[in-house]
Design a protein around this ligand. Structure first.
Ligand code: PNS
Length: 158
């Protein structure tokens, strides 16, 4: 049976830290869905369609990675894709409490789905989409934070 994983998130926008987790997961699973939350209540910088397009652009080298948007419950998306694994990156202990709560919540609704945590690479442990937006707002270089192919798209939003 194929090992299918889902990496969920807002990805507003995708960072080098997200990409690192996606690349490492692509080596561990047969198929990896990058699930972009269509969060209408949050007023994101990029629409979910734009976020999916940016992720597609930076994952062209990964044959088994499929970026898609989703609404509603993550486990419903995972079940629809026959995915038995959710993968989340943990940057620091501060991420753990929230992520553990989500993992336990998902476990109650969908006991057959396992959440795997993957430790962020040290280079990216400080990185977040919020930091990217803060840098872009103040015209700081985004080179170390996001893949080069999407820098213009971010700067154009400011
Ligand atoms: O990048 P983020 O904002 O930390 O990602 C959060 C995300 C998308 C993983 C989370 O909000 C999510 O899974 N939302 C979908 C709704 C859902 O399934 N909630 C879980 C209830 S236990």
């Amino acid at each position: 049976m194929d090992k299918i994983a889902v990496i969920p998130g807002s990805f507003d926008p995708i960072t080098k830290g997200h990409l690192d987790v996606i690349e490492r997961s692509a080596k561990l699973f047969d198929k990896v869905y990058v699930a972009v939350l269509n969060n209408s209540s949050k007023s994101p910088l990029f629409t979910s369609e734009e976020r999916v397009e940016l992720i597609k652009r930076v994952t062209t080298h990964l044959d088994n990675v499929i970026p898609e948007s989703f609404s509603g419950l993550l486990v419903d998306f995972a079940r629809a894709k026959n995915a038995r694994f959710i993968v989340k990156g943990l940057r620091a202990v501060s991420d753990y409490e929230y992520e553990c709560q989500m993992a336990l919540g998902n476990k109650i609704i969908a006991p057959e789905i396992e959440t795997f945590f993957i430790a962020a690479s040290p280079n990216f442990s400080y990185l977040s989409s919020s930091l990217v937006k803060e840098f872009a707002l103040h015209k700081a270089s985004l080179e170390t934070l996001v893949p080069e192919e999407i820098i213009n798209d971010i700067n154009q939003k400011f």
